[in-house]
Design a protein around this ligand. Structure first.
Ligand SMILES: Nc1ncnc2c1ncn2[C@@H]1O[C@H](COP(=O)(O)OP(=O)(O)OP(=O)(O)O)[C@@H](O)[C@H]1O
Length: 260
């Protein structure tokens, strides 16, 4: 594979908080246009790895390149969109409309004091429509459900045209019946806009039915590969990774599996 096709290149990364090692020799390459589900039990280092990719934390050992460069040297930060799990814990009285929240994603590009142009408003409306929230453009963000708010935050990160979108547990607070729609929307962004996606999730079953690839972390990387390979892992291997029994629930989906 050509090096230009690798969006995130993680090589032998280790990281400790004080003397507690939480990532040990993690090596993973994320090719352009793939949708990765990053799964693993509580406390397995998923969020820490995301923070390292984003440059919020520095690895003790190893290297990370994003778009071919160490993140500290990456000038085009707007190529990376990030939506954290806390994005949906919104105060219901927050006085901003969906359009205003999405436009605020352009602030780092246009500056706080500049007024938004017609073109920028068009970009915001396009991002809002990409996440299926057209009918809520002028609604107050605080009046929306958790899942709808997450869509708005994704639109906010899409407005600067990222090529890599990183989502940390975005379905927390999204009701079950909307989770499938939410994943479908992400899969469409991945396929139609070619955005490379990395998504942390606890929900292995739904995640691995929609992502193209899966990375299974528990301090070390226990598995990485495409979703079909993941579905062929046996329960014993998954239970070793998770440290407890993982049961496969039958599920009406083509891959037929949900894990709890
Ligand atoms: N700032 C911190 N200081 C010290 N220890 C931390 C800090 N942040 C996380 N940890 C510890 O590092 C380990 C990995 O945490 P991390 O948040 O990366 O895991 P995670 O897989 O994202 O967990 P979860 O699925 O529960 O969100 C955990 O044991 C956690 O308690």
């Amino acid at each position: 594979m050509n090096n230009n096709d690798i969006v995130v290149d993680i090589q032998h990364v280790s990281f400790s908080y004080d003397d507690k090692k939480v990532l040990d020799d993690v090596t993973l390459q994320i090719p352009k246009g793939t949708f990765w589900g990053l799964v693993g039990p509580n406390g397995s280092g998923k969020s820490t790895l995301i923070k390292i990719i984003l440059g919020i934390l520095k690895p003790d050992q190893g290297t990370i390149n994003v778009f071919g460069k160490p993140i500290s040297n990456l000038k085009n930060r707007h190529l990376i969109g990030y939506v954290s799990q806390k994005a949906n814990s919104f105060n219901t009285a927050f006085p901003a409309t969906v359009l205003e929240v999405v436009l605020s994603g352009l602030v780092s590009k246009v500056g706080l004091l500049k007024r938004f142009t017609k073109k920028e408003k068009e970009l915001a409306l396009e991002a809002i429509s990409a996440v299926g929230m057209e009918e809520f453009v002028h609604r107050n963000i605080g009046e929306l459900s958790g899942g709808q708010q997450q869509r708005v935050f994704i639109a906010r990160s899409l407005v600067s045209n990222p090529e890599l979108l990183i989502l940390d547990e975005p379905t927390v607070g999204v009701d079950l019946k909307n989770v499938e729609n939410f994943y479908d929307m992400l899969a469409t962004l991945n396929k139609e806009k070619g955005i490379t996606l990395i998504m942390v999730s606890h929900d292995i079953g739904t995640m691995t039915n929609h992502a193209t690839h899966v990375a299974c972390l528990n301090k070390t990387l226990h598995f990485h590969g495409n979703s079909d390979e993941f579905h062929h892992l046996d329960n014993a291997k998954l239970s070793t990774i998770y440290g407890h029994d993982i049961h496969v629930l039958t599920h009406a989906h083509e891959h037929g599996g949900s894990y709890v």
